[in-house]
Structures are given as structure tokens and as C-alpha cells.
Design a protein around this ligand. Structure first.
Ligand code: MN
Length: 425
């Protein structure tokens, strides 16, 4: 039996008492009324528990959180900065006050009314202020497939890939919350043959199935984070769609890497699932050959068994079709190696930074994490509810979901969605 809450949690819910993911929400404004302030909450079943109401009632009474202002903020950055002692205390307090046999909230009708809001009556916002966003390239299957498509099978995986977790600095200003429409970008596309590059709406708009780590406490400039302590700097994970314009990317990426083909939009899911909640789903990460340098060598190499799915709902269709089933455990470079590598030169991470894993592709044809791979760069169109897709078309809605299956419960991420709108003229 899973843990039991007095809040009814449907068996298939992503958000039982074992999960308790953190987000930022505000009640949907009623017509004519001013918007209420954004504030932190956790998801429980089909409800959101308002942490500012819980804190105002004095229920966070442990030594770390008592009197803290961290749940009276419009982002989670301050709570994240407080680190693992605060996260553990919040989790155990919340599991206690939401449990079926604890009366303090269960039997207080006034506080219950104030603090438990139906999820359908709230609007989710970006949970963190993102100072910096970095995107890694940590799935070997993805690296190999992309390399084969762009450079041929002889040079598929570059020599450096097996020695360091490759990454580029992304753009944080265009990170948006799930449900935000994505406008098809315009730009220069790769020339074919002797023709000049074309300019216009991207002809190869793609999704990238990723997850992203949210940084908790950062590090001081000049002081790298040890790979074996890096987990204390990671609060949790979200789903992330790193939308990509492949025609723009292919033309611009030499020699400095991705730029406008990526920076027009990145979508994240609203609920941050903590590493504590994911602990029962920890599994061994793949053995690395060659062995990495000492600063990347871990005493224990941990991945998580997180099944991932991508669905596409074309315009005018009621139901989406599944296009990919992958798993977070395909990552070759772990989250902790990414953090250690990011900071080994002294670079400072800050609370709320977003670290994308890179596209998570598995070894099978049905586990590829983007259309570039699924259609082999438009050479093999993908069948979709009686239609075909080479790349995304206007009106397509892309839906990511992820759910870890426990014995009697799930630890899920909800969804990460976005709809493609036509390019602006
Ligand atoms: Mn990416």
C-alpha cells in the first residue's frame, strides 16, 4: 500500500503523497477581479496545497523553516537556495500534515478551505527565476544519430564526447511554462547545393524530448562542485521541450554551436519533482568506457528509471498520437557529472539555474527523442493518425509526459505541452 492522504488521490494520479512536487501558482482570476499574487504550492491528487497558507498557519514548525519567508515568494529560488535540510524538512512536514491520520489540517475546515485549491482552478507559472540555462548532450544514442545525419557514420560521435559532458549556454529569457504557444521562428536555413541560404519561416521545426535539473544552492565563483557532492546542489527535475529549428541549426552551428535555431523557445513542465521523491526509482547509470577523468569519476553512478512519452495532436484532431517512448535512464552522463563538469573551471551556478539533459533517445527506433531522428531528417515520414509528419506543422500540439511506476503509486511529472503557431510576418 502507498501512503494514505486525507485528500483523495486517484490511483492513476501522478501526484500522491509520495511525490509532492513543488510549483508556483495563482488562482485563475474571476472575471473583472484583479489577479491574485503568485505563490508556492505542492500538488496532491487533483489539488494544489498553498504553501503560503500552510506557512501562515505556522505549520512549518521545524528548526530550518520556522519563521522563514521562503513560501511567501513568487518563485521558489529562496527555498531552493536553502538546500537539502530545508527540502527534507518541508517534505516530512507536508507528508505528515497531509496524511490520513493527522488531524491538524484534516479537521481544520477553515484552513483546508484556504489552502487546498482544485488544480483546475489555478494557473501554473514558471516555478523559478532562471538566471542561466545550459543544455547538455548526454544521450549517446542521440549524439550518434545526429552525428550520422549531419556528418556521416564515420564521424558520428566526436572524439571529445566520451571524455566530457558536452553542453552549450542556452537562452533563459525564452524559457516558458507548459501551455504557452510557440511561434514558428523565422531565420536563415541551410542552403542546398549551390543555392544561397533561404530566409523565412523554419521548414524543419522539431521538438527535443529532454528533462532539466533545477539547481538548488549554487557555488562560489572559482570553487568547483565535487562530483560526489553534486546531488546536494540539485533540487529536482522537470520535463523540458527544447524546440529546435533544424534548418537554422544546421546552417549556423559551425563553429560556435547552437544559437537562433534554439533560442526562440524552451518549454518546461510546472511541477518540480524532487530527487527525494525520485529516490525509489534510482538505478545504476551505464558503465563508462573509457573511464572518465578523476573529477568526473563517481563513487556511485546514479540514473533514474523515468519512462518518458511524446504525443502529437495535429490541428483539428481530438486525440493525440504517441510518437516516442524513451527513458531518462538512457543518459550516459549523469546529472551529477554535468554539475561537476559545469563548475570545474570555477564557473558559478546559482539557485534556479536550469540544466537540460539534451535530447533523451533510447536505442530502439520507437525511443528516439526528436523528429530529426524519428524521420531521419525528413527522409522517412512518420505516420500520425492517418497523416504523416516530416517535421512539425502549424497547429501541431506536442505533449510530453513522464511517470515513474511504483508498486502501488506513481511519481509523475504531469505534462509539458506547447502548440505551434504560424510564423509572424
Ligand atoms: Mn537540446
Amino acid at each position: 500500500m502507498g501512503l494514505k492522504s486525507f485528500v483523495e488521490v486517484p490511483r492513476e494520479s501522478h501526484f500522491p503523497l509520495e511525490n509532492l512536487p513543488f510549483g508556483i501558482f495563482r488562482p485563475k482570476p474571476s472575471p473583472g477581479a484583479a489577479a491574485e499574487a503568485a505563490r508556492p504550492g505542492v500538488a496532491i491528487g487533483d489539488f494544489v496545497l498553498d504553501l503560503s497558507a500552510v506557512a501562515a498557519a505556522g505549520l512549518f514548525d521545524g528548526p530550518v523553516l520556522r519563521g522563514s519567508e521562503c513560501f511567501f515568494q513568487t518563485s521558489l529560488n529562496i527555498f531552493l537556495e536553502m538546500g537539502r535540510p530545508a527540502w527534507k524538512e518541508a517534505r516530512s512536514t507536508l507528508q505528515k500534515i497531509l496524511s490520513a491520520d493527522e488531524p491538524i489540517l484534516r479537521d481544520n475546515a477553515n484552513l483546508r478551505e484556504k489552502s487546498l485549491l482544485p488544480m483546475i482552478e489555478v494557473e501554473m507559472l514558471l516555478p523559478i527565476v532562471i538566471g542561466d540555462y545550459t543544455d547538455f548532450f548526454s544521450s549517446m544514442h542521440h549524439a550518434k544519430n545526429c552525428g550520422t545525419i549531419f556528418r556521416g557514420p564515420e564521424n558520428a560521435i566526436p572524439q571529445n564526447w566520451f571524455h566530457l559532458p558536452i553542453a552549450y549556454h542556452g537562452r533563459s529569457s525564452s524559457v516558458v511554462i507548459s501551455g504557452t504557444d510557440i511561434i514558428r521562428p523565422r531565420g536563415q536555413g541551410h542552403p542546398t547545393g549551390n543555392s544561397p541560404p533561404y530566409f523565412g519561416p523554419s521548414r524543419k521545426l522539431d521538438f527535443e524530448l529532454e528533462m532539466a535539473a533545477i539547481v538548488g544552492p549554487g557555488n562560489e565563483l572559482g570553487k568547483p562542485i565535487d562530483v560526489n557532492e553534486a546531488a546536494d546542489h540539485i533540487f529536482g527535475l522537470v520535463l523540458m521541450n527544447d524546440w529546435s529549428a533544424r534548418d537554422m541549426q544546421a546552417w549556423e552551428y559551425v563553429p560556435l554551436g547552437p544559437f537562433l535555431g534554439k533560442s526562440f523557445g524552451t518549454t518546461i513542465s510546472p511541477w518540480i519533482v524532487t530527487l527525494d521523491a525520485l529516490e525509489p526509482f534510482a538505478c545504476a547509470a551505464p558503465k563508462q568506457e573509457p573511464e572518465p577523468l578523476p573529477y568526473l569519476t563517481e563513487k556511485k553512478r546514479i540514473n533514474y528509471d523515468i519512462p518518458l512519452e511524446v504525443w502529437i495532436k495535429p490541428k483539428g484532431y481530438d486525440l493525440p498520437s504517441i510518437v516516442t517512448r524513451s527513458n531518462f535512464n538512457h543518459l550516459y552522463w549523469t546529472l551529477t557529472q554535468q554539475v561537476a563538469h559545469h563548475t570545474i573551471n570555477g564557473c558559478n551556478l546559482r539557485s534556479g539555474d536550469l540544466l537540460g539533459t539534451g535530447t533523451i533517445s533510447g536505442p530502439e527506433p520507437e525511443s528516439l527523442g526528436c523528429l530529426l531522428e524519428l524521420t531521419w531528417n525528413a527522409q522517412k515520414p512518420l505516420a500520425l493518425s492517418g497523416l504523416t509528419r516530416k517535421y512539425l506543422e502549424d497547429g501541431d500540439e506536442v505533449i510530453f509526459t513522464a511517470c515513474c511506476k511504483g508498486k502501488d503509486y506513481n511519481v509523475g511529472f504531469g505534462t509539458c505541452t506547447g502548440k505551434v503557431l504560424p510564423a509572424s510576418s
